[in-house]
Design a protein around this ligand. Structure first.
Ligand SMILES: [Zn+2]
Length: 272
């Protein structure tokens, strides 16, 4: 599932080609792909893209006249940029559910084999509250104070809290595990017990996320950049997907447990 670094990479790849472009045609194949309350893609036709941004794990396209389209890639979603000369067009159109064609002939396509993603179109500028998203790790104070306040009193494991987009947006399973390893925190620790370490936890999250962005994100399964290429950060994971392998710091075997239905990777010696 694309997380903050993957969506950031996708958005950066789309910004230059799409900014200032007018949408000529738009189609979404399945009404079920609209998030509840969404307007239809045809409402965007004729409008010009004024911003391409990331909000949490979502790609957000702002158009003139306050029209906003959010695309959430779910588990297997992909945004593909197809040039006017057809460069970048995948060999098969299977699972191509959305098509957006712009005035310079460039096309943005939305593929999603498992269809857990969604499209949400609204005229409301306060997207964050509509999507019920907290700030991402780059949007809160470096001191860790806001993060500490958000964790205070919570008894759920810190790993589960990091995944809760209402509390802190952008982090999913890969980067929660990598962040907790970098901060040397046991994923099972009650979140409230981490308050005193929230500054280093936040610093670890930012460092891991920045490095991942520098490597174009992690391609574990489906994720691709908008030009179809893979990310490379999976080669630099310290714990995620490394169960049974030696810890890069201490040599202990990396463990994998299931926590609230999600696989969780950690080093029992480094993370206490
Ligand atoms: Zn270790």
């Amino acid at each position: 599932m694309p997380e903050l670094p993957e969506v950031e990479t996708i958005v950066r790849g789309l910004r230059e080609p799409l900014l200032g472009r007018r949408l000529l045609r738009a189609r979404l194949r399945y009404a079920a792909l609209y998030r509840k309350g969404s307007l239809r893609v045809t409402w965007l036709v004729g409008r010009v893209i004024t911003a391409v941004e990331r909000v949490g794990k979502n790609a957000v396209f702002r158009f003139d006249r306050s029209r906003v389209m959010t695309i959430n890639l779910g588990m297997t979603g992909r945004l593909v940029l197809v040039g006017a000369d057809n460069t970048g067009r995948p060999a098969t159109h299977k699972h191509r559910h959305g098509r957006f064609i712009f005035d310079h002939g460039v096309e943005l396509d939305f593929y999603d084999p498992r269809r857990f993603g969604y499209v949400y179109i609204t005229g409301n500028a306060d997207l964050r509250s509509e999507l019920n998203l907290g700030p991402d790790p780059f949007e809160i104070s470096t001191s860790g104070r806001e993060l500490g306040e958000a964790l205070r009193g919570r008894r759920a494991p810190i790993k589960s809290i990091l995944l809760d987009q209402r509390i802190i947006a952008g982090i999913g399973n890969i980067y929660a595990d990598e962040t907790l390893f970098a901060a040397r925190i046991d994923p099972l620790t009650p979140a409230g017990d981490v308050v005193s370490r929230s500054r280093e936890l936040l610093a670890a999250a930012r460092k891991v996320l920045r490095r991942a962005i520098d490597h174009g994100g992690s391609t574990v399964r489906d994720y691709r950049r908008s030009d179809g290429s893979s990310g490379e950060f999976q080669q630099h994971h310290a714990v995620y997907g490394r169960e049974g392998d030696p810890c890069l710091v201490c040599g202990e075997v990396i463990e994998r447990i299931v926590l609230s239905g999600r696989s969780t990777h950690f080093c029992s010696l480094c993370q206490k």
